[in-house]
Write a protein that binds this ligand. Structure first.
Ligand SMILES: C=CC1=C(C)c2cc3[nH]c(cc4nc(cc5[nH]c(cc1n2)c(C)c5CCC(=O)O)C(CCC(=O)O)=C4C)c(C)c3C=C
Ligand code: FE2
Ligand code: FE2
Length: 361
């Protein structure tokens, strides 16, 4: 085994700090073959599907990858724009905005990029780019506010799998979650407030989070508690009483029980309990994507209205809102200032040391 070194290394290159934003990832196009590629990578991740590998191999390759890609491609076509997948375009806009804010403050000593856990641009390709740019200190910020093994830890797996192949590793600061971070709660709560000042106050506000299998919670995954904590903090910020909001879980996959209450079942039941107007917000999604635009914006709207609901609104994700960018800036700030307060480590220090040793440079 040979470890991969830095190509064309120059001692004249100044060391940089990298900020890597990541999200889940999305197919390259809304077509059946692209969905098969994407779902194969995604659903082969043992962090996502915790089923013994040989059994899962047969279910995935024999059943799921023959049925789901076509169905999912049709769903993706509903949300696809001229620029591409919403998840990708929102992540690009977030990266550009954060890069502009960071470089305005610190200049080009700090490099900001994004990568996707599944699909493109891959984590490995962006880590390669960052290393070539001279990044020796790296902050990784997965845009998952609530920690789950299926998302946050899976991102860490991808980073460390890449590092295992490398000769020269950077200092690493990994932000594993931020469910109760003040600027995050502020950003979501103010988004809700601004929305309500235009559309009015509903009978109930629904906080809908992506689900995970209940088994993961029972095995010690903190995701469920972190979702409830985020809802509670946003509700407290807005001064809501307990009967004015609900936390639910959406996007079930497979047959086993997932975290409850389920969003779809809840929305079908609410009108008969006298709840005729609702607003749904998805604080676990940092960017609008298939699961918010199609599932919450369209599918669940139909469930609610067909069950006797009268008014249904989806409150968009934070996307590239300036409050969201300030939140990201505030999340990385302590580690950035720590590294920036240290003397700049660059080429010349290494050069002087090498010269003293008489090494050939
Ligand atoms: C926000 C956190 C997310 C968690 C937790 C999560 C867990 C999880 N997801 C699946 C299966 C699928 N998810 C799919 C789409 C999808 N999931 C998230 C986020 C979380 N998933 C996002 C942001 C998206 C949308 C991506 C986009 O391109 O817009 C899909 C693909 C769509 C489909 O075919 O229906 C699947 C499949 C599991 C099994 C899981 C936890 C174990
Ligand atoms: Fe998902
Ligand atoms: Fe819990």
């Amino acid at each position: 085994m040979t470890y991969q070194g830095v190509k064309n290394f120059s001692h004249a290159q100044a060391d940089k700090i990298g900020v890597l934003i990541t999200n889940l990832g999305t197919p390259d196009e809304p077509t059946t073959p692209a969905l098969r590629r994407y779902l194969k990578e995604f659903l082969s991740d043992p962090r996502v599907v915790e089923v013994p590998r040989p059994i899962w191999w047969f279910i995935l390759n024999g059943v799921i990858l023959n049925i789901r890609p076509k169905r999912s491609a049709a769903a993706y076509r509903e949300v696809w724009t001229d620029e591409g997948s919403p998840l990708l375009t929102h992540t690009q806009a977030q990266t550009q905005a954060l890069r502009a804010a960071i470089q305005k403050e610190y200049g080009d000593r700090v490099v900001v990029e994004f990568a996707m856990r599944y699909g493109n641009p891959s984590i490995a390709s962006v880590l390669e780019k960052l290393q070539a740019a001279g990044v020796r200190q790296l902050i990784v910020l997965p845009l998952y506010p609530q920690y789950s093994g299926a998302t946050s830890a899976s991102t860490f797996d991808a980073i460390s799998a890449d590092f295992r192949k490398r000769r020269w590793l950077p200092d690493l600061h990994f932000i594993s979650h931020y469910p109760d971070f003040g600027p995050y709660i502020h950003a979501v709560a103010e988004k809700i407030r601004a929305f309500q000042s235009e559309k009015g106050i509903p009978d109930k506000l629904i906080f809908s989070y992506h689900g995970i299998p209940k088994r993961y919670l029972l095995q010690g995954d903190p995701y469920h508690c972190e979702c409830y904590k985020t809802s509670r903090l946003i509700a407290e910020y807005l001064g809501l009483t307990k009967d004015q909001y609900l936390t639910t879980f959406q996007s079930r996959f497979g047959r086993e029980e997932w975290l409850k209450p389920y969003t779809d079942e809840t929305l079908k039941a609410l009108p008969s309990q006298g709840v005729k107007s609702i607003q749904v917000v998805c604080p676990g999604f940092s960017a609008d994507c298939l699961e918010t635009i199609e599932e919450i914006g369209q599918e669940n709207r139909e469930y609610f209205m067909e069950s006797g609901g009268e008014k249904y609104d989806y409150i968009p994700a934070l996307n590239a809102d300036s409050d969201h960018i300030s939140m990201m800036h505030a999340l990385i700030e302590p580690q950035l200032s720590h590294w920036l307060s240290q003397p700049e480590r660059n080429a010349s220090a290494t050069q002087a040391y090498a010269n003293a040793l008489g090494a050939d440079q």
